[in-house]
Design a protein around this ligand. Structure first.
Ligand SMILES: [Zn+2]
Length: 321
């Protein structure tokens, strides 16, 4: 890639980052120091003032609220004591919140006005506090499910520190929840067209911006340049940070960037990308409104990045599945 000094030509607008991303709005005090108290969760599960968030098969219960939905929280019960319990933090009034994981996904009948919903379904429609709690419990639960054994010796590991580590029963080694940084980039050409692409796993017509995981030994900006070059054969410069949000499916942190292509000629890798296209704002609008193309859902940073480039909402009613 070019190591020439970047010029400011072609940079449009002033520098600003994306605010209020749907899954980056948490408000709870994580109160990390309290996790060291081995009695914390047992005591909280005996306290009726504790608020319990139950996660079963990737779904929580929600009820309708003025914003859209609110988490259905309840007092601890007998059924919680033998389940994976995760201390999520406390609010400004000192109320503690605990996530409990597991249970029978087949028993998810809606009772009364409560509905079982996934984070993808309701992430945009929850309050700041509730969205943050759902993201945290989902990400932490995903890690527990896939890290039941010690990577050093193969023995079974047990949750410790209020659900924030797992400890090997054999050698005592501690294992921490993982978060995998991934870059996602809105690449534009000199005509300010946006690069959109389709993964081979996606249905025909679904398009989004490029993304990929950061590799060991690599900076975020270098990952942006490498991924764009690998996937569509385009060299980029002016890589600039735009915003980030957790994406616990299962454990990503999506870090958004803008970048400028030196030459728009595309050379697809044919593996990670099935098709790619440069679109003007007018072209994207026509594609979406004509139903020929669906863009990423509102809960994703991709959608926000596309709309940031577009200059506003494209069409709230038109979203790919
Ligand atoms: Zn071990």
């Amino acid at each position: 890639m070019s190591s020439a000094p970047h010029t400011l030509e072609g940079v449009s607008g002033s520098f600003e980052t994306l605010r209020d991303l749907s899954l980056a709005r948490g408000t709870l005090d994580r109160a990390g120091l309290r996790r060291r108290d081995p009695d914390l969760v047992p005591l909280l599960l005996k306290d009726p003032a504790t608020r319990i968030l139950e996660l079963v098969g990737g779904r929580v219960q929600v009820i309708e609220s003025d914003r859209g939905y609110a988490l259905l929280l309840r007092s601890p019960g007998e059924q919680d004591t033998n389940r994976l319990s995760l201390f999520l933090g406390q609010d400004g009034h000192g109320t503690a919140f605990v996530g409990v994981v597991g249970g029978d996904a087949d028993s998810q009948e809606s009772s009364g006005t409560a509905l079982w919903r996934t984070l993808r379904e309701v992430g945009v429609l929850l309050s700041d506090r509730d969205a943050g709690m759902f993201v945290t419990v989902q990400g932490l639960a995903n890690w527990h499910v896939s890290h039941t054994h010690c990577p050093m010796c193969g023995a079974v590991t047990e949750p410790d520190q209020a659900g924030w580590i797992r400890r090997c029963a054999q050698d005592g080694s501690e294992h921490y929840p993982r978060t995998d940084p991934a870059v996602i980039m809105a690449v534009t050409d000199t005509a300010d067209r946006l690069l959109l692409a389709r993964s081979p796993h996606w249905p025909q017509g679904r398009l989004s911006v490029l993304a990929g995981f950061v590799e060991p030994g690599e900076s975020l900006e270098a990952a942006v340049a490498r991924e764009v070059l690998e996937e569509v054969g385009v060299v980029v410069e002016q890589v600039r940070y735009l915003g980030n949000q957790p994406w616990p499916f299962p454990s990503s942190l999506m870090v958004g960037f803008t970048a400028r292509a030196l030459d728009p000629t595309l050379h697809l890798d044919g593996v990670e990308i099935a098709e790619a296209v440069w679109v003007s704002r007018e072209e994207l609008r026509e594609m979406v409104l004509a139903g020929r193309s669906g863009i990423s859902p509102n809960v994703s940073i991709a959608r926000r990045m596309i709309e940031h480039w577009y200059g506003g909402p494209i069409d709230e009613g038109v979203t790919s599945p």
